[in-house]
Design a protein around this ligand. Structure first.
Ligand SMILES: Cc1cc2nc3c(=O)[nH]c(=O)nc-3n(C[C@H](O)[C@H](O)[C@H](O)COP(=O)(O)O)c2cc1C
Length: 178
């Protein structure tokens, strides 16, 4: 299975997952910026194309480009993987994935969520501001639940909940063992 992994990453989590998937599937890896420069025929020889983007306010960074391309990719295994700060068992991760793939694309590709983390040191100033605003909203919530408080505490600093083991379902899917 000739496989290509395309990704975009601001603070490194999605890139690390892309590299782990590369190691397990012998894929080629391209940053989205590089992929955008490629002509249509570059993608033809691949049997499987995966796109990985990080969750940004409920949307998947760069996914629009992937969906645009995927519309013309037939007979390929297509995967969208989304890396976010929510733990995978948080209902927010499910909500995000339910909306991640447009209706008309759902029969063309498989979606996977991967828990990443937060890295304030590598974030752009704009992203840091957005997170600060979110934290402020959470800290000013009236009658916060224990879950709200735990979430606010969690996002008040950097953390890393990524793990190589989470790519197993993606690798199985690409290698055709599921
Ligand atoms: C502005 C902003 C919005 C975010 N929105 C979400 C979100 O809606 N859901 C989520 O799980 N994580 C969200 N995150 C967290 C990132 O998706 C997370 O840090 C991810 O691991 C970043 O991947 P990267 O290191 O490849 O850039 C957000 C982060 C930023 C900076």
């Amino acid at each position: 299975m000739k496989t290509l992994v395309i990704y975009t990453s601001q603070t490194g989590f999605t890139q690390r997952y892309a590299e782990w998937i590369k190691e397990e599937t012998s894929a080629d890896v391209l940053d989205l910026k590089e992929a955008k420069k490629k002509k249509a025929d570059y993608f033809q020889s691949y049997d499987a194309i995966l796109y990985g983007g990080w969750a940004n306010a409920g949307k998947v960074t760069g996914a629009k480009w992937f969906f645009g391309k995927a519309a013309s990719w037939t007979s390929k295994k297509l995967v969208l993987f989304v890396v976010g700060a929510s733990p995978a068992d948080n209902p927010e991760a499910k909500t995000l994935m339910d909306k991640a793939i447009p209706e008309e694309m759902k029969n063309k590709m498989q979606g996977f969520y991967l828990q990443g983390g937060l890295n304030y040191d590598k974030m752009s100033a704009g992203s840091r501001l957005a997170m600060k605003a979110l934290l402020s909203i959470m800290n000013h919530k009236k009658n916060p639940t224990e879950k709200d408080k735990a979430m606010a505490e969690m996002i008040s600093h950097s953390y890393d909940i990524s793990d190589r083991k989470f790519i197993a379902p993606i690798v199985s899917y690409v290698n055709g063992t599921v």
